[in-house]
Design a protein around this ligand. Structure first.
Ligand code: GLV
Ligand code: GLV
Length: 326
């Protein structure tokens, strides 16, 4: 009997072909609706592998009842939706999809940064609404990007890719990590500074830090107070790294010049979300890695992670390496 693998969302079919040769694969049939938690929990009880999305909650309760589960492959680089400690205790290998999405996510990060700085969304709506009656010297004038200072909070693979793009715009690149990243300093010419120095010196503050106990609520009203009035904040990691009410207050009081947000504390948000009322906020629906090519690569990689675990081969990108050693 083939092991049972549950895939929590429709993914490119080609990515499942190899997996289907060795496993009984069931795919949640809805493309844009997550599997309800209770159903996921039922499926997990008989599953050897779970192919999950960042919108699925894989908690200790689910893991405790999933007695045959060997692997959870998350279609994301982030894995804050999974209780890693519980997975490790239960002997479940957790995999994610780093590297394949770094350039794509860096492209989106830069697109969002530029969209806020140059008021691209506002300007495009202005034309479509028929408001363009005259040319004017300061019509929709924004902020320069080139030769400015960008501060990257969380300099990992994606941050390094963002820094390379920033260099092309002749920007000064600062970064802050828990640990100094010498590799980044050498390869992209980024300078390590404290978090406080980063937020006070940067024209663009770009958050790419994963959501952890240390980064949750990292950006508070005090943080925004330290920023330049011309500063633009861009978040492409996880919403909960920023206290959203504090960002709202900061925008209301003109402490900063704008924000580009691809992520929110509770996703999806509705169009009544308080941050959407500001014209200088550009909001996106968590599409950092969403290019067709990259999503296909991510799905193939997740599939391959499960195949490897089922075959007893070490997968490429394990989050909880300790489990594999056991
Ligand atoms: C997306 O947010 C990811 O973590 O890959
Ligand atoms: C995410 O994995 C990053 O390396 O930035």
């Amino acid at each position: 009997e083939k092991p049972y693998v549950f895939v929590t969302r429709k993914v490119p079919v080609s990515s499942l072909a190899l997996l289907e040769e060795i496993a009984e694969v069931e795919v949640w049939p809805k493309e844009d609706e997550p599997v309800p938690y209770d159903i996921l929990k039922e499926k997990a009880k008989k599953a050897t592998g779970l192919f999950t999305m960042l919108s699925d909650r894989i908690d200790a309760g689910l893991l405790a009842e999933a007695k045959q589960l060997k692997v959870v492959a998350n279609l994301a680089v982030g894995f804050d939706n999974i209780d890693i400690e519980a997975a490790t205790e239960e002997g479940v290998v957790v995999c994610h999809t780093p590297d394949v999405l770094s350039d794509t996510t860096a492209d989106l990060t830069f697109a969002l940064l530029m969209a806020v700085a140059r008021r691209i969304v506002e300007a495009a709506e202005y034309v479509k609404k028929g408001d363009w009656k005259n040319w004017a010297p300061l019509l929709l004038a924004g902020h320069d990007i080139h030769h400015k200072t960008i501060g990257i909070v969380g300099m990992g693979r994606i941050g390094t890719a963002v820094a390379k793009r920033a260099k092309g715009f002749d920007m000064t690149v600062l970064y802050h990590n828990r640990k100094k990243d010498y590799e980044g300093e050498r390869t992209v010419g980024a300078t390590y500074v404290s978090f406080d120095e980063l937020v006070s010196r940067s024209d663009f503050i770009v958050c790419l830090a994963p959501l952890t106990n240390e980064t949750i609520n990292l950006f508070t009203y005090d943080t925004f107070k330290q920023m330049k009035e011309s500063a633009i904040v861009v978040n492409v990691s996880r919403g909960a790294v920023i206290v959203e009410e504090d960002l709202e207050k900061a925008l209301e009081n003109n402490l900063i010049a704008g924000a580009g947000l691809d992520v929110f504390k509770d996703e999806p948000i509705s169009n009544g979300h308080p941050l959407l009322r500001f014209p200088n906020v550009v909001a996106l629906p968590h599409i950092g890695s969403a290019s067709k090519e990259t999503r296909e690569e991510m799905a193939s990689l997740s599939s391959q992670h499960i195949i490897n675990v089922l075959k007893g081969t070490k997968p490429e990108a394990i989050v909880n390496d300790d489990v594999w050693k056991k």
